[in-house]
Design a protein around this ligand. Structure first.
Ligand code: NDP
Length: 326
């Protein structure tokens, strides 16, 4: 098996020398075990903050994959079966079956299996439950989502449109804005080139925002919170603008807005809805198969390029879900 290890904990922005490719011989299978080969691997923002707490120097990088059983000593996991695993950045791994999740049985042939790491996987469930359960959008609500052209954001905007909302999205390149318009966003802006976030937010929705799905945190979130309508709902999904900070950030200083606008602001992890996961996956797969939910994948080819794919995603090179194809 080839695997990528994290040589040392990241200081600031991850660098190529923080990663090392190793090769290991895997032991023969014991009864009850299976050998899997990764076809697609996921690179996600959470790997940056979670590496701090979950990994020691020299550990294999954390992460999930869509992998195929290539040898089996467990009748419940036959050769050829596709599963989502959480074995980290590795081409092959041995499993006793625990933690392997079969792709939904009604997976249509024309839907790429890599979507089990994207629109029909963790990012899809994050968008689905985070928007519907935390933001609780009603028809006619105005929804703001940042990092809108990414894996989660692009789905949040489309689900909000399915629910009859007006959707405003931001992203870091003009090509991403074009993509957002194509998938149905009503108003879009490039947060890197606007002179004032407050002004552009006001212009996009003069009456303010009912829902804010925050993928970015930091100053961006502060700006949106000031534009919320009374009783607005804020889903704190991510804080990518501060994951690379070496010095912990302070703030926010917007408590008066939360108070006087009587906002509800709540962080969440999709695992909270594990008991409804099958229902979420079924709905997402249905929307994808019907073409109601458009997906875009940013594919990096070759396991050898996995760190580059990860660092590129953190820099904003991806439109849609960042995936590594072996
Ligand atoms: P994306 O596909 O959105 O990729 C990350 C994107 O973040 C980049 O493409 C870039 O786009 C944007 N970005 C990078 N730096 C900044 C910055 N300083 N300010 C604003 N945008 C920035 O990733 P995901 O969709 O997988 O994740 C989006 C967010 O959701 C992350 O914060 C992630 O941690 C969070 N998340 C949370 C989960 C949960 O359980 N709560 C689960 C999954 C994701 P651009 O060109 O627009 O800058």
């Amino acid at each position: 098996a080839k695997s990528w290890i994290m040589v040392q904990h990241f200081e600031g922005v991850p660098k190529p020398e923080d990663f090392k490719l190793i090769e290991r011989e895997l032991p023969p299978l014991k009864d009850g075990e299976v050998l899997l080969e990764s076809d697609f691997l996921s690179v996600d923002p959470y790997m940056r903050p979670y590496s701090k707490t979950l990994l020691k120097d020299g550990d294999i990088m954390i992460g999930s994959q869509v992998a195929r059983v290539i040898e089996s000593k467990n009748p419940a996991f036959p050769v050829g079966g596709d599963y989502v695993g959480y074995a980290g950045w590795t081409t092959h791994f041995i499993s006793d079956g625990k933690g392997l999740n079969a792709l939904p049985s009604n997976w249509p042939d024309h839907v790429p299996k890599s979507l089990a790491l994207g629109a029909v996987g963790m990012p899809g469930l994050t968008a689905y439950f985070g928007l519907l359960e935390i933001c609780k959008p009603k028809e006619g609500d105005i929804v703001m989502v940042n990092s809108a052209a990414g894996a989660v954001g692009s789905l949040v905007g489309q689900i909000a449109k399915i629910k009859g909302c007006k959707v405003v999205g931001s992203a870091g390149t003009d090509d991403k804005l074009t993509f957002l318009k194509e998938i149905g966003f009503d108003e879009v802006f490039n947060y890197k080139t606007v002179s004032s976030l407050a002004e552009v937010l006001k212009k996009a929705s003069p009456e303010g925002y009912d829902c804010f799905f925050d993928n970015v945190g930091g100053k961006f979130a502060d700006a949106v919170l000031q534009q919320m309508k009374d009783f607005g709902r804020v889903a704190v999904c991510g804080a990518i603008s501060i994951y690379n900070d070496s010095v912990p950030s302070t703030g926010p200083y917007i408590q008066p807005y939360i108070l006087f606008k009587q906002l509800r602001m709540e962080g969440f992890l999709p695992a909270r809805w594990d008991n409804q996961k099958a229902e979420g996956e079924k709905q997402l797969l249905e929307w994808v198969a019907e073409g109601k939910l458009k997906y875009h994948e940013h594919i990096t080819n070759g396991f050898v390029n996995m760190p580059a794919g990860f660092m590129g995603m953190l820099r904003g090179e991806n439109t849609g879900k960042a995936i590594i194809r072996i």
